[in-house]
Design a protein around this ligand. Structure first.
Ligand code: FRU
Length: 505
């Protein structure tokens, strides 16, 4: 990532501040860190600059939620100092006090984070893994005096995600981290979180366009069957995503306690750029990065949050005093369709309390060539459920946060089997040359029609297509007055079988 000095952002930003997505009150954030559900509370730690709204002074900020939809910000959890920046990592509940950080009957929460050692410090230039612990349920943290606990002498060794492995090979802690520039996930094992032994490595494989960052490893039942479990390895990379810049890919396979074996590797070794669309992407949009899952989520749910931004322009988005939202929390499952296994995602929160009376409904409506504004459907925080059947139009869809004709287009090109998010006329795009874009993802019709669920939240659009098998997440910066919802078609007609707009927040 780059470090740059703040530029003034003229826009009055709080028309951009999302209602349902977490933002720090008045500072910068990037990756979600240490996601854990503990004693009835979801904890979201995150890469935070406590002193500004561009990247720097990396520390762990902290927010909590009980419903994954509204968040409370707390004091900085783990702060940088003269020796180290606190880079990304994870938190585990050390139930049996294997680390010895516990006290009396209190089992500790242990954070495993990357120490990015600063010039002049003892380990200058090195990235190594360190520990901190909390005895008050995650609100205050003490750094371990024996840090770092895992040092390979590498300048690019970061982002430890620790899980409790409990399987055929025994019961112990497993760390996945990256050697970022080698496109390698490294697997380590420990009994006490302090002493680590190398198990294996994975990669390079599939997308290797930039550096590999922020891995995660978790088991998931196939189609809900607890007797048929596969392991998923997620790897974020930057740049090199399917629509440029930051993105996350995943592999499906097996983990035997030592080695991850991928069944979804398309290209072993360095990437074949022509095959980008064959890789498995967590999200095809420009703004879904550093995705990672919660430890100890209730009911064995696998819940993920990502940073909703892209390193290409992250420090420049026109919000102030805060900068960067998190994505909605998503529930992840593994499902078979047409003989293929893929991740399926859906928004995780319980929306029922948030929804106002249903706002707008259409069915069996033809969209003609051009743009038609839907009177009575305007809004800035909405859930839209729509089902289209293609007709003669080469492209059709919705225009969100519009002012009549201009806005953000979420459309389908049936001839190319693609979903698109076109933000070239979405509002402010002038703050960075690479922001204005039209981005695509492969999407298939189901029984001849296309189903989309879209969440609009002031400065963002999250599209769940094909029942959540394909998702696209993008930031937008529309004028406060651009609130129209319209439908459009290009070069012919299409049919809306059903459209339902629910106002949220
Ligand atoms: C990913 C990342 C991580 C690193 C952190 C630093 O966005 O580059 O690899 O730990 O951000 O803020």
């Amino acid at each position: 990532m780059e470090t740059i000095t703040p530029t003034s952002t003229a826009a009055t930003a709080d028309s951009y501040r999302p209602a349902l997505h977490y933002t720090a009150q008045d500072t910068w954030l990037n990756d979600p860190n240490g996601l854990i559900f503990h004693e009835g509370v979801y904890h979201l730690y995150y890469q935070n600059n406590p002193l500004g709204n561009v990247w720097g002074n990396m520390s762990w900020g902290h927010a909590t939620s009980t419903d994954l939809l509204s968040w409370t910000e707390h004091a900085v959890a783990i702060a940088c100092d003269e020796n180290e920046d606190i880079f990304s990592g994870s938190v585990v509940h050390d139930r049996h006090n294997t680390s010895g950080f516990g006290s009396g009957s209190v089992a500790p929460l242990v954070a495993i984070y990357t120490s990015a050692f600063k010039p002049g410090s003892q380990y200058e230039g090195v990235q190594a893994q360190s520990l901190a612990y909390s005895l008050d349920g995650g609100y205050s943290w003490t750094k371990h005096t024996g840090n770092p606990v895992l040092n390979r002498g590498s300048a690019e060794f970061r982002d430890p995600k620790v899980i409790r492995y409990d399987g055929g090979a025994g019961s112990y802690w497993v760390m996945v981290a990256v050697e970022a520039k080698d496109f390698q996930v490294v697997f380590y094992k420990s009994r006490d979180l302090k002493n680590w032994e190398l198990l294996s490595t994975f990669g390079p494989a599939n997308a290797t366009g930039g550096v590999w960052e922020c891995p995660d490893l978790f088991p998931l039942p196939v189609d809900g069957d607890p007797e048929n479990v596969k392991w998923v390895l997620t790897v974020n990379l930057n740049p090199g995503g399917p629509n440029n810049g930051s993105a996350g890919q995943y592999f499906i396979g097996d983990f035997d306690g030592t080695t991850f074996t991928s069944a979804s590797t398309v290209t072993d070794g360095l990437q074949d750029p022509g095959r980008l669309s064959e890789y498995r992407w967590l999200d095809w949009g420009r703004d879904y990065y550093a995705a990672v899952s919660f430890s100890d989520a209730p009911d064995n749910r696998r819940l993920m949050i990502a940073w909703m931004n892209n390193w290409e322009y992250a420090n420049h988005i026109p919000t102030t005093p805060w900068r960067s939202p998190m994505s909605l929390a998503r529930e992840i499952s593994l499902q078979t369709s047409d003989g293929n296994l893929s991740l399926v995602q859906r928004p995780a929160g319980d929306w029922t309390d948030l929804a106002d009376a249903e706002l707008f409904r259409l069915s069996g409506t033809t969209i003609h060539d051009g743009v038609q504004v839907l009177a009575g459907a305007a809004g800035t925080v909405q859930r839209i459920d729509v089902n289209f059947t293609p007709g003669s139009a080469e492209e059709f869809g919705l225009i969100l946060r519009g002012d009549g004709v201009k806005g953000t287009r979420v459309g389908i090109r049936p001839g190319q089997a693609t979903l698109l998010v076109d933000r070239r006329e979405s509002g402010r795009t002038d703050f960075h040359a690479s922001f204005s874009s039209i981005d695509t993802a492969p999407v298939l019709a189901k029984q001849g029609s296309y189903d989309l669920t879209i969440f609009v939240d002031r400065c963002s659009v999250e599209v769940f297509a094909q029942g959540g098998k394909v998702t696209m997440t993008e930031l937008i910066f529309p004028a406060e007055t651009s609130t129209d919802l319209a439908v459009y078609a290009v070069g012919g007609a299409a049919t809306i079988n059903s459209l339902q707009v629910t106002q949220l927040g």
